[in-house]
Design a binder for this molecule. Structure first.
Ligand code: PAF
Length: 281
């Protein structure tokens, strides 16, 4: 497995692979890798000949009061997991390599970013679109793999690739959960034992909400209110949002029809966690 901090080295390696006829799968990450990332790497390995993983905590997607400085990092553990899963190349640039002096070009989106996380994180998706665009230009993958836990991010990236005629396929992969239901996230590490227990309320509300839709409920308000009630039963949970939106447009809907995303962001102590279910009705 190769590890490089240099854009030029990634380019040269990928060009060589392509010359040899190999396909390239790409998993962009911010590191502190867990089984959720592992499942993306495994899927990339299944679908492509070579797998590239990027590890870069992207300052541009964090707001001023967010957790950029405390975001967990452990390159040694990340290298171990990547190597065990047969990753071919890790790209681990520093901020200077990605945003050199004078950097002033951005990729932004008008739709899809107003609801859900876009409301409380207004600059987040501009940072995500910009860095993902740069990473795609550097790695030039045939396919890139994203988790459905960040469902709005997945929809945004799919839209960007379509709108800007980018020549690659985006593959969405299912949420990976702990045995007790909590969606895997690098941010789970912030939770103390009491908060970790309280955080289970998110997946409980997700599972029960999904059951309600499967049982035939089509009124978005009823589903959302039902889920909020479950969340409110946990005193440590502070709801940021629970919303039902169309998966394509990330616009609010009243009636559940087509492919629907029911998503939530909830603070447990100081930690903001997200979870969701996607259902076609
Ligand atoms: O999902 C993430 O970890 C990040 O938003 C991404 C896609 C790596 C961009 O920094």
């Amino acid at each position: 497995m190769l590890l490089t901090e240099k854009i030029q080295e990634v380019r040269e390696q990928v060009k060589q692979w392509k010359k040899e006829g190999f396909t390239v799968g790409f998993v962009p990450t911010m590191g502190y890798l867990h089984e959720g990332h592992g499942s993306l790497m495994q899927e990339a390995k299944k679908q492509c000949d070579k797998v590239v993983v990027s590890i870069f905590v992207n300052p541009m997607q964090f707001g001023v009061n967010e957790d950029l400085d405390s975001y967990p990092r452990d390159l040694e553990a990340d290298k171990k997991l990547c190597s065990e899963l047969g990753v071919d190349l890790i790209f681990h640039p520093d901020v200077q390599e990605m945003y050199a002096e004078g950097f002033c070009s951005f990729v932004d989106m008008n739709g899809l970013t107003k609801e859900l996380c876009g409301k409380s994180r207004p600059i987040h998706f501009r940072g995500v679109c910009t860095v993902v665009n740069k990473l795609f230009n550097i790695v030039m993958p045939d396919k890139a793999f994203f988790g459905q836990k960040d469902a709005q991010q997945l929809a945004v990236i799919q839209r960007m690739v379509k709108d800007l005629n980018m020549d690659l396929e985006i593959i969405g992969c299912p949420i990976i959960r702990e045995e007790d239901g909590l969606a895997k996230s690098s941010r789970n590490t912030y939770l103390n034992p009491k908060e970790r227990k309280a955080a289970l309320i998110l997946s409980q509300a997700i599972f029960k909400g999904e059951e309600l839709v499967k049982a035939g409920e089509r009124d978005a308000d009823k589903v959302v209110s039902f889920m909020k009630e479950i969340l409110r039963s946990e005193p440590m949970a502070e709801i940021d949002y629970v919303e039902a939106v169309s998966m394509d447009t990330i616009e609010k809907i009243e009636l559940l029809q087509g492919t629907v995303l029911v998503a939530m962001a909830v603070k447990i102590g100081k930690t903001r966690l997200i979870d969701n279910f996607i259902i076609t009705v």
